[in-house]
Design a protein around this ligand. Structure first.
Ligand code: PLP
Length: 391
């Protein structure tokens, strides 16, 4: 028997409060050029005891996800990634507690599986059968995999500078792959030119509302796995910012549900010095970011996002949480990746390595205090990036 979820009640422009019909496919608020955010009925009591017999993947939180009917779930068993103790580095750098949420074991090797698993499932429920995306790599892999699983069509636009493994990943899943001479924004332009008649559903970061809902499950998991006591600091590698915004959204929802009492967490966004629009805006105390001209190539592909559509939401999350934005160099990323591997036995994604370097900087500057509990996000596996790491 299909399970009908009735908690998902609204799609709103987060700034103006304008609402959109949830029964037809929605993209973003075209009137004000802002993302739409899903809202739920959180007044009706929901006991967290429901989680007890649930599967260990992101669908265990299905009441807080936008799908109405279980039969439309397209799943590769994404989510419920482990939170691991990094004891060696905790000791070496005198952290109060150093934890890593390791997203490397997700389908196709990154946390993009959460967002695209959710977006594809919801679009499928709404009758959509073909998809397109501009991607730095991992989002393309994930979309290709979910489309393969659901017998759906995927069109991928990827920068030429992306390691070959990402292209192979998409092709092997049967997606159409277009390699573009440019960055992810150029890929977006090329995709929109080919999709003039909107035959494909565009799942660009935050241009549809549901990748955010998939990624927010990281926030639910952090709470549940830490026994409903949130950490002091979460450090997140920020490209489009969906995970950062999503984790924070999950915390607010859980507080409203009464699942957690307080939210002490400060959210940290990490970028590269070659493409740091959020860091610049944060340092200037601004609530919106300026598009970054000519972003430098980085080993951390996922951070090469010159203009995040959700820039205001990213900055709001940082300010609301008393957080921080910080950038790292290419050398720092490589050194951090090596240090983490030799000390902890994890081959981080370069984005995850950027997070580790940021954690050390914030610890040595005293921004992270002696007894504080820190969660690092390793957003993906390092394996797909290997061709850039040989020497
Ligand atoms: C996409 C990606 C990021 C950036 O994620 P956003 O939610 O878009 O900020 C970070 N790390 C990896 C490995 C990625 O694939």
């Amino acid at each position: 028997m299909a399970q009908i979820n009735t908690r998902y009640v609204n799609l709103v422009n987060h700034e103006t409060g304008k609402t959109y019909d949830i029964h037809t496919p929605q993209t973003y608020c075209t009137e004000h050029n802002e993302p739409l955010v899903a809202q739920y009925n959180l007044q009706k009591p929901l006991n967290k005891g429901i989680l007890q017999n649930r599967p260990f993947n992101m669908w265990r939180y299905k009441e807080l996800l936008p799908l109405w009917d279980d039969q439309y779930i397209v799943s590769l068993c994404e989510g419920f990634s482990p939170i691991l103790e990094m004891k060696n580095l905790e000791k070496k750098y005198a952290f109060g507690q150093l934890l890593m949420k390791d997203e490397a074991g997700n389908p196709t090797g990154s946390f993009k599986a959460r967002g695209l698993g959710m977006a594809v499932s919801k679009a499928y429920e709404l009758g959509i059968r073909s998809f397109s995306i501009p991607t730095a790599g991992n989002a393309g892999s994930a979309l290709s995999a979910y489309c393969a699983k659901g017998n759906l069509e995927a069109h991928i636009y990827m920068p030429k500078a992306t390691p070959k493994m990402f292209q192979l990943d998409c092709k092997i899943m049967g997606a159409t792959v277009n390699v573009i001479d440019g960055n992810i924004s150029d890929c977006g332009k090329a995709m929109r030119a080919d999709n003039g008649d909107a035959k494909w559903w565009d799942v660009t970061t935050l241009k549809e509302p549901f990748r955010l809902e998939g990624k927010k499950t990281m926030g639910y998991e952090i709470a549940e796995q830490l026994n409903w006591k949130l950490p002091d600091v979460i450090i997140y590698p920020t490209g489009g910012g969906t995970g950062l915004i999503g984790i924070w959204k999950a915390f607010q929802e859980m507080k409203e549900l009464g699942w957690i009492k307080e939210i002490p967490t400060r959210m940290v966004a990490v970028q590269t010095v070659g493409c740091n629009p959020i860091v610049q805006a944060f340092n200037a105390n601004l609530t919106s970011a300026t598009p970054y001209e000519d972003p430098g190539v980085t080993i951390a592909n996922g951070l090469r996002v010159p203009h995040a559509f959700g820039h205001k939401l990213i900055l709001k999350t940082i300010y609301d949480s008393n957080g921080m934005a910080i950038d790292v160099t290419e050398t720092e990323i490589i050194n951090a990746l090596n240090e983490f591997a030799t000390n902890e036995g994890h081959f981080l994604s370069p984005e995850g390595a950027a997070v580790w370097h940021a954690a050390k900087s914030l610890r040595s500057s005293g921004w992270i205090k002696d007894n504080e509990h820190v969660v690092l996000l390793n957003t993906g596996s390092g394996y797909k990036y290997a061709e850039n790491l040989w020497d």
